[in-house]
Design a protein around this ligand. Structure first.
Ligand code: KIV
Length: 276
């Protein structure tokens, strides 16, 4: 199977085939996501919450993103890997955005970057594309704007904000993003945006009419202890399974039943005799 590229995604949209995307932040998980044939892996700044234990995504640094992105690209053969630009890595100037996005490609080997925002990000997207860096947009409930939005709330519920989101989507599409994440927007609005833009839309809490879907892997596997949004479907509940395994390990070590002979190494008898 050849590596998924932005051309593959365009072709999938043209054929009406859904695009799959999941987050991953480490080598073992990324390898499993890749082997499952998922089209895109997002090294999301959600790592701040689900891996690093921050309250939100704002504290995440470029160095943390690069560190985790490197492990994900090392694990993948087929999926396109997208590096999520953390807060303040692209807000100050388009030049700084190019420098930081360039680090993702040069140091971590990702294939594209994602950034949050609409019309106000057009110049930044153009500067990144000038530097030959493919960009994925992200509008709607943009977690890096949590304080400005007044919390993690569904966006575009009234006419004014819905029309603004359509304008944001069109602006990002015209600027040249290869796809657009729509997060936390009502289903009919996501459908209208998907019809209005030429690039594939990838929904998260945006209903079934987007060209693809993305979710946070820790959420769908039931491995995150924090708040799980309504739009998440748990495809597995690993937390109790892991808790059970850890309890069994503790008991066996304490009772001396682990390690048994099958997990231990022997020595030749003559060496053993001379040792004692
Ligand atoms: O950081 C992230 O994981 C994201 C997705 C959930 C879209 O931005």
């Amino acid at each position: 199977m050849a590596r998924v590229t932005i051309t593959t995604l365009k072709e999938k949209k043209a054929r009406g085939e859904k695009i799959t995307m999941l987050t991953a932040y480490d080598y073992s998980t990324a390898g499993m996501v890749d082997a499952a044939g998922i089209d895109m892996i997002l090294v999301g700044d959600s790592l701040g919450m689900v891996v690093l234990g921050y309250e939100n995504t704002l504290p995440v640094t470029m160095d943390e993103m690069i560190h985790h992105s490197k492990t994900v690209t090392r694990a993948t053969k087929n999926a396109m890997v997208v590096g999520d630009m953390p807060f303040l890595s692209y807000h100050i100037s388009p030049r700084e955005a190019v420098r930081n996005a360039g680090r993702f490609l040069k140091e971590a080997g990702v294939h594209a970057v994602k950034l949050e925002g609409g019309q106000e990000r057009v110049d930044t997207v153009k500067a990144l594309l000038d530097a030959q860096i493919p960009v994925q947009g992200h509008i709607g409930l943009t977690p890096q704007s949590v304080h400005q939005l007044g919390g993690f709330k569904v966006q575009g519920k009234d006419l004014e904000t819905a029309q603004k989101l359509i304008k944001d989507a069109e602006a990002m599409d015209q600027a040249g993003v290869f796809s657009l994440v729509l997060e936390g927007v009502p289903t009919p609005l996501a459908r209208k945006i998907t019809e209005a833009v030429s690039c594939p839309t990838i929904g998260i809490g945006a209903g079934p009419y987007c060209d693809g879907q993305v979710l946070v892997i820790n959420d769908i596997l039931g491995m995150y202890q924090g708040h799980i949004p309504k739009f998440v479907k748990k495809y597995a509940n690993l937390q109790p399974i892991i808790a059970e395994a850890l309890k069994a390990y503790k008991e066996e070590v304490e009772q001396g039943t682990f390690p048994g002979p099958e997990h231990s190494f022997t020595m030749k008898d003559d060496v053993l005799e001379r040792l004692y």
